[in-house]
Design a protein around this ligand. Sequence first.
Ligand code: AMP
Length: 216
Amino acid sequence: MNIVIFGPPGAGKGTQSEFIVKKFNLFKLSTGDLLREEINKKTPLGLKITSIVNSGTLVSDEIINSLIENIVSNNDYKKKIIFDGYPRNLSQAENLNKLLFKYNQKIDIVIRLKVSLNIIKKRITGRVVCSKCGKIYNEFFNPVPDNETCCEKKFLQKRDDDNIDVAIKRFETYEKSTEPVIEYYKKMNLVKDVNGEIDIESIYTKINDYLSVIEG
Ligand code: AMP
């Protein structure tokens, strides 16, 4: 099963993907994570894209498409990918379709998390990520539990693009570039909407119901 998880920045895609990956034994392909890795390692690509990512606009399709093919073509991940933060525009969606076809695969379902800008603002300003294990928390809504052994305070980091101004910009970019992608997948009858404003477990229950039907 290949899944696309959709939603504005801060909708909870990363958090829900972690659960889905564990339960259904999938590989998470987050283009945002791949790009941040390049930025943190200060590779030539990383240096080129730092200011773009930090301003909340999109990196060029050529860069993104080359990152994707490496993974879609890998037999270890065949029919086992959850795409998080990709495709972000129509041309990326068309490219993904072609690529999956080339490697005898397809998208089975598109989960869209629906969250309003007001909630997004709160989620984004509170978001912290554990630099050791990658787990995502929110200082207001989902703090690190007392019995957690890995994610000590000193490991918790904020993303450079997680501030109010950039959050609003990213939300606008999402609405403008990404919504047409939803229309594209709606025509293929793949889109399932999930309310992303309820609590984390209830969101996951809904998603799990949809995925279990596909897994049979
Ligand atoms: P994310 O972690 O998905 O919120 O992505 C963070 C930032 O990385 C975005 O604001 C973009 O600048 C860039 N980015 C991530 N995925 C893509 C993509 N598929 N296409 C273009 N830019 C992307």
